[in-house]
Design a protein around this ligand. Structure first.
Ligand code: FES
Length: 118
């Protein structure tokens, strides 16, 4: 099931720092301000299904997204792995909608987290 999730304020995005938006089920979205504008990706490495910032730190290091587990590095613009064990693969991009200062996205929420009516 797809649900609309707030990604926060555009004006409060800081170049060189990522915003992490927690979702139901322990997943999260990374929002960054790249040279080409706002980008968002599912926070799940393409080497193994783990968050890039497994220890809770900012995943942007030296202008790229870094997976702390085994060192994969991804571009901010496309989420393309250019270094590490999943070289050539892409993070799952999340389309960002902007209304004024507010950012949001439609993201997939696992069915198990959707409340059923009784
Ligand atoms: S899990 Fe990300 S590089 Fe291995």
């Amino acid at each position: 099931m797809r649900s609309r999730v707030s990604l926060g304020s555009f004006a409060e995005l800081i170049p060189g720092h990522a915003r992490i938006i927690a979702l139901a089920g322990g997943r999260s979205v990374i929002v960054v301000l790249s040279k080409e504008g706002v980008r968002a990706f599912m926070n799940e490495c393409k080497h193994l299904p783990t968050p890039l910032n497994v220890y809770g730190e900012d995943p942007i290091v030296d202008g790229a997204l870094l997976c702390r587990s085994h060192g994969a590095r991804y571009t901010l613009e496309e989420g393309m792995c250019f270094s590490g064990p999943c070289r050539g693969k892409f993070l799952d991009a999340v389309h960002v909608d902007r209304q004024g200062d507010q950012l949001s996205a439609l993201v997939e929420i696992p069915e198990v987290y959707v409340e059923e009516e009784s």
